[in-house]
Design a protein around this ligand. Structure first.
Ligand SMILES: CC(C)(COP(=O)(O)OP(=O)(O)OC[C@H]1O[C@@H](n2cnc3c(N)ncnc32)[C@H](O)[C@@H]1OP(=O)(O)O)[C@@H](O)C(=O)NCCC(=O)NCCS
Length: 197
């Protein structure tokens, strides 16, 4: 039986091109991860706030290197895509931005991010999310980007609000963290939604 709806984005659209480097306002870039970033990733995951909101803890730089290798490989399978947020001048890692749960035929993905403790409070995550969202909508052709965070994670909620991800509701008891089940706010942006300045 023929499909009545064609793919929103054709499979292969990501895999057949190189993962791009995307400029981010404020002298930052989104760039693919490098093996040399392992120490920065290890350092980031020593932060108790990152540990609070992530299921995994890096116990060594070599474990962080293994994560980086999996992030680099993820591009080819078009399911997840991970970028380092880096200083454009020094190339130092200040955070991570990602598209996860990508479904090209349905035109959807989920946005995720963290920033290094010393980089926080300067709008790094919002600017990276804006740049990544613009690329996902305008260059890839995705239709809907979701962003979820624990309701207790107020800093993440601020990132969602500042980047125009409209609040759509609360998913009750939707994610298990080390301290128990958390309610999650669901935010989303649709292609064509007005950008927040
Ligand atoms: C959430 C997070 C990515 C925000 O990144 P950021 O680059 O600091 O983003 P912003 O500069 O826009 O700050 C967002 C909010 O963080 C809070 N904040 C401000 N300065 C801060 C600081 N020095 N340290 C921690 N939080 C700070 C404020 O509430 C701010 O909102 P406001 O600008 O309306 O006051 C970052 O706090 C982080 O990495 N947290 C741990 C990992 C995480 O929670 N990831 C998201 C999981 S859903």
């Amino acid at each position: 039986m023929p499909f009545k709806i064609s793919d929103v984005v054709a499979p292969g659209t990501l895999a057949r091109r190189e993962q791009p480097v995307l400029p981010v306002p404020g002298a930052l870039v989104l760039r693919p991860w490098k093996a040399a970033d392992a120490s920065a990733v290890y350092e980031a995951f020593q932060d108790p706030v990152i540990q609070r909101w992530h299921a995994r803890v890096a116990e060594s730089e070599s474990e962080a290197l293994g994560w980086i290798e999996s992030w680099r490989k993820a591009w080819a399978d078009e399911r997840d895509a991970y970028w380092a947020i880096a200083d454009a001048a020094t190339d130092a890692v200040v955070g991570r931005a990602a598209l996860r749960q990508i479904t090209l035929p349905e035109g959807q993905a989920e946005v995720a991010y963290w920033t290094m403790p010393l980089a926080r409070g300067r709008g790094v995550a919002p600017r990276a999310v804006q740049a990544l969202s613009r690329w996902a909508f305008d260059e890839v052709g995705l239709h809907r980007l979701e962003l979820t965070h624990a309701t207790a994670n107020e800093a993440s909620c601020r990132v969602a609000s500042k980047t125009g991800f409209a609040a759509e509701g609360t998913k009750r008891s939707a994610l298990l963290h080390a301290d128990g089940w958390h309610d999650m706010h669901l935010h989303a942006r649709i292609a064509g939604d007005a950008e927040v300045a």
